[in-house]
Design a protein around this ligand. Structure first.
Ligand code: ATP
Length: 433
C-alpha cells in the first residue's frame, strides 16, 4: 500500500489556523472562545480533519460538541451578526454570516432499526459519535478547545489507516446498516489512491445486495457525488469491477472505453463536465427500456433522465445518420429532439464514422444555422403573417443547411418561388415562427 506523509498531531492546530482565510477564521475563533466560556469542548471532525491529517491546509470545518448547540449558536450570532438555522432531526445548527458558514453538530449515537433505514438518533458522547461513522479515516476528532485542546481522538486508528492508505469500516455490519457506504468506500479509495482494506472488501462484496435497501434519493446523491470527483471514471471502473453498478441496477455498466470518453469530455471543455454529460455517456451503454429503469431507480430529475435516456434512444438513430441520402436539414430536425448532452456523448464515445461526423457537424455548426430573413422580412416580401410564415422559415433554414441557399438574395429568390407557386412549403410545426 502507498505510504503517506501525515501531518504531525502537534501541527494540526497551527495548520488548521493557517488554512483559514477570510471571515471563517475569525468566526471560528469567536465560537471557540464562546464554547470555552460555556465550559464545553468542540471538535473538528469528518472529512475536514481527515484532509488536515493528509496534509491539506484548506479544509471543510465540521464541528461537533457534546450536548445541544442552540445556546452556542445564539451566542455566536449575538457576537458575530448573521443568523442561525437549526436542523432538528440531526441536532445540527448552522451559523452563517456574510463571509462565513459554520456547522455545529451535537455529538450523537445512531441506531438502525432496519438495513438502509435512516438511523434513530440520540445525544451521545464524542466517542459514540465517532463510532457511528463510516470509515476509520473519517472517525477522528481534533479537540479545538477545552482541556484536551490540540489532542487527536482516534479510537479506530484512522491516522494509521491514512498512513497505510486504507479505507476500513468500523464494524462488520457497517454496509448492512447503510449500503451507501459501499459507494463512499469506492469514492475515497479512488480519490486518495487508497486501497479498501481486505476484510472491508470482503464485507462490501458480501453486502452488495443491501444496496436494494437504500432509497432512490440517497443512492442518487451518492452516485452524483462519485460523478463530481475529479476523475469519476476511476470510481466507476472500480464499481464495475466489484459488481456495485449491477447491484444498483442490473444493466448499468462501465468499461474502459467509457472511461476514455470521460477523460475526453474533460479535455474538451474548459470547465469540468456537467454530471448530465457523464449520465449521457452511461446512457450510451443502455437500451431505452433499461435507461428508463435506471432513471426510475435513481429518481433522476427530468434533466438527468433526459440525458441518460436521450443517449440510449439516440443509439437507434445512428445507422440512419450515416445514410448518404439523408440531408442535413432532416438530421437537424431529428437531432433537435435530443438533449445536447446525448449528442455530445455519442461523439465522445463512438469510433469515427459518418454518423459521428454528422453529429459533430450538428454540434459545431448545423444547430446554429438560421435563415437571414425573419417574419417581418417575409411580410414585406408578401408572405401574409400566419401559419405560412413558420413553414417558409423552416423551408429557408432547410435550404441553408442543405446548401440550396447561401445568401440573403438566394433566400429572397426562394420566397418569390413560393409566392409564384413554384416552391412547395412544408407544414410548419407549432410555434415554428
Ligand atoms: P467529502 O470529502 O467528499 O466532502 P466528507 O468526508 O466530508 O466527504 P460527508 O459526506 O460530508 O463526507 O460527511 C461528513 C462526515 O460524516 C464523514 O466524514 C463521515 O464521518 C460522516 N458520514 C457521512 N456519511 C456517512 C454514512 N453514510 N455513514 C456514516 N458516517 C457518515
Amino acid at each position: 500500500m502507498r505510504k503517506i506523509g501525515l501531518t504531525r498531531t502537534a501541527n494540526l492546530l497551527p495548520r488548521l489556523r493557517g488554512g483559514l482565510t477570510g471571515g471563517i477564521g475569525q468566526a471560528l475563533q469567536v465560537v471557540l472562545r464562546l464554547a470555552e466560556e460555556e465550559g464545553r469542548a468542540l471538535y473538528l471532525v469528518g472529512g475536514g480533519l481527515r484532509d488536515l491529517v493528509l496534509g491539506r491546509e484548506q479544509v471543510d470545518i465540521d464541528l461537533v460538541g457534546e450536548g445541544g448547540m442552540r445556546s452556542l449558536a445564539e451566542a455566536a450570532v449575538a457576537a458575530l451578526g448573521g443568523r442561525w438555522l437549526e436542523h432538528r432531526a440531526f441536532g445540527t445548527v448552522t451559523v452563517e454570516g456574510q463571509d462565513f458558514r459554520l456547522d455545529l453538530a451535537m455529538a450523537r449515537a445512531e441506531r438502525y432499526a432496519r438495513p438502509g433505514a435512516l438511523p434513530r438518533v440520540r445525544p451521545a458522547s464524542i466517542g459514540e459519535d465517532l463510532a457511528r461513522r463510516d470509515f476509520t479515516i473519517n472517525a477522528m476528532a481534533l479537540a479545538l478547545c477545552g482541556r484536551q485542546r490540540g489532542q487527536l481522538l482516534d479510537p479506530f486508528d484512522g491516522r494509521g489507516d491514512i498512513a497505510r492508505g486504507l479505507v476500513r469500516v468500523l464494524h462488520d455490519r457497517s454496509f448492512i446498516d447503510d449500503a451507501t457506504r459501499i459507494l463512499r468506500a469506492v469514492r475515497y479509495e479512488t480519490r486518495f489512491g487508497f486501497g479498501i482494506d481486505e476484510k472491508t472488501l470482503a464485507l462490501l462484496k458480501r453486502d452488495l445486495a443491501y444496496l436494494d435497501t437504500i432509497s432512490s434519493a440517497r443512492l442518487q446523491h451518492e452516485l452524483l457525488r462519485l460523478l463530481a470527483e475529479d476523475e469519476p471514471e476511476k470510481g466507476l471502473l472500480r464499481c464495475q469491477e466489484l459488481g456495485v453498478l449491477a447491484a444498483i441496477q442490473k444493466p448499468l455498466r462501465f468499461d474502459d472505453e467509457l472511461a476514455a470518453a470521460f477523460r475526453r469530455a474533460r479535455r474538451a471543455g474548459q470547465a469540468p463536465p456537467q454530471p448530465e454529460l457523464y449520465l449521457s455517456l452511461l446512457g450510451t451503454r443502455l437500451s431505452p427500456a433499461d435507461a428508463e429503469a435506471v432513471a426510475l431507480r435513481l429518481a433522476f430529475s427530468k434533466r438527468q433522465r433526459q440525458a441518460l435516456e436521450g443517449a440510449a434512444e439516440l443509439a437507434q438513430l445512428l445507422p440512419w445518420l450515416s445514410q448518404a441520402d439523408v440531408r442535413p436539414s432532416q438530421m437537424v430536425e431529428r437531432l433537435e429532439c435530443y438533449p445536447l448532452f446525448a449528442v455530445e456523448a455519442w461523439v465522445l464515445v463512438a469510433s469515427p464514422s459518418t454518423s459521428v461526423q454528422n453529429l459533430s457537424c450538428y454540434l459545431s455548426e448545423w444547430r446554429y444555422v438560421q435563415p437571414s430573413l425573419d417574419g417581418r422580412a417575409l411580410a414585406r416580401l408578401g408572405i401574409a403573417r400566419g401559419p405560412l410564415t413558420g413553414g417558409v422559415l423552416q423551408l429557408l433554414k432547410a435550404a441553408r443547411l442543405d446548401g440550396q441557399a447561401s445568401s440573403r438574395q438566394e433566400e429572397v429568390e426562394l420566397v418569390r418561388g413560393v409566392l409564384a407557386g413554384r416552391v412547395e412549403v412544408p407544414e410548419a410545426e407549432a410555434g415554428a415562427e
